[in-house]
Design a protein around this ligand. Sequence first.
Ligand code: ADP
Ligand code: MG
Length: 464
Amino acid sequence: MSAAWDHVRDVLRAEFGDAAFKSWLAPIELESISGSKAVISAPTRFMRDWVARHYLDRILELFRDGDGDIKSVDLKVRGTARGATPAVDQAAPSADRAGPSALAPVRARPGAKAQAGARANHDDVSAPLDPRFTFDNFIVGKSNEFAYAAARRVAEAPNGPFNPLFLYGGVGLGKTHLMHAIAWHIRKADPTRRVIYLSAEKFMYQFIRALRFQDTMAFKEQYRSVDVLMIDDVQFISGRQTTQEEFFHTFNALVDQNRQVIISADKSPSDLEGMEERLRSRLGWGLVADIHQTDYELRLSILQSKAEKLGSAVPSKVLEFLAHKITANVRELEGALNRVVAHATLVGRDISLEATQDVLHDLLRANDRRVTIEEIQKRVAEHFNVRVADMHSARRARAVARPRQVAMYLAKQLTSRSLPEIGRKFGGRDHTTVMHAVRKIEELRAGDSSFSEDVDLLRRMLES
Ligand code: ADP
Ligand code: MG
C-alpha cells in the first residue's frame, strides 16, 4: 500500500530539498488508501494548513503518478476523526480563533486548489516563514549578539518587558532571520498563539485595499486580535500618512493590551525620516537593538556553518578568502558561497581558490569598489604618519605631498571614482593633479622596489 506514498516522498524530497522536506514533509504520515481516496495526516493543525497550502496539490499529482486509481487526497490533523477534538487542538482557547471547520481534513482534488489557508486565519495575513530562519541557524558574533539576545528573550517570554522590540541594521544582516526565528519559537512553544509576521509594505497594501473596499473594520480586527505582531522593514511606510496613522493605532492598541510587537527597520527609530514624531518616539519605547556590520570572524563562522549544511567540502582557504572579500552583508556572502558550490557541482571539479576567483569575478570587483576614498586617506595617513587633514591641505612639502599622491593613486586603483571626483575629495584639486599623482607613483614604483612593496602592502590592507 505504501509504494505510492514512498514515491511521493522521494519526489518531494528531490523537488523541495532536504531542509523543506525535513521541516514540513517528513512529519506527514500516510493513514490509509481506500478506493480512490488517500488519507494523510500532519501532527498539528498549523502544519496541516501549511502543507495544504504549499504542497498538497503536488502530493496529489504524485500520488496519481504512482497509483492511477487515486483521485483525491485528504490531509487531516493526526489523531482526529472528522469532527472529533484532537489532543493538539484542545489547547485552542476559543472557537473564534480556530473557526468551525478548523479540524476538518483538507482535500486536494484535481483542478481544485487547496483551500486550507483560509481556515487558519493568521495565515491569511501572515507571510510564510522561511524554515531555515531559526535561532539554531543563526550564528552569533560581536556585531549581532545583542540583537540575538534580545530576540531570544522576546521569543521565550513574549508579552514581557521588551515591548516593542525594535531591531535595526543594514540590509542583509539578519533582521528578517531573527524575526522569523522568534515566530518559529513562539509557534512551536504554543501553536495556539496568533503570531503574525509581515512586511510593512504588505501591511500598507492591505490597509489601502481595506480602505478601497471600505472594510477597515475587518482590517483593524484582524490585527488587534493577535498575540504577537511583527512588521518587517518599517521604513517602507515612512511618508505614508494614513498608513502610519493606522499603524500607530494598531500598535498602541496591541502594546496597551500587553501584546508583543516586534518591528524592524534599516535605521534607528530616531533616524527614520518621514515618520511622524510621535510614532518615532513610540517605536523607541521598548528595547532598541541594532545589528552592526559583520566582522571577519563572524563571516568566517557563517561560511563554515553554511558550507557544512550544503554538505560540500569547501577548502578553508576558500572560506577565508570569501570572508575577507565579501564584506557587504551576509546575504551576499551566502550567495557567493552558493555560486561557488553550484559551479563546482556542475563542472564536477573540486573547489579551488582559482575557480572561486573566476566564478565570482564580477562580485569581487563590486566589493573591491566599496573601498571609500576616506578609508584610503585614513590608512595612507596612518601608514606614513601624517595627519588625515594633510590629505586635503594645500601643503606641498614632500613629507605630506608624497603620501597624498599615494592616496590618490590608490583611490584611482581601488575605487570607480573619476579623476575629477578624486580631485574634489583631496581638497578640491584639479583632475590633472590627480593624473599627475598617478603617473608619478607609477614611475616611482618602477624604479624603487621597496616603495613599490610599500604601496602593495597598503593596497592589500585596504582590499581586505
Ligand atoms: P535583513 O532582513 O537584515 O536584510 P536577512 O535576515 O534577510 O537580512 O538575512 C540575509 C541572509 O543572511 C539570510 O539568508 C539569513 O539567513 C542570513 N544571515 C544573516 N545573518 C546571519 C547569521 N548571523 N547567521 C546565519 N545566517 C545569517
Ligand atoms: Mg529583511
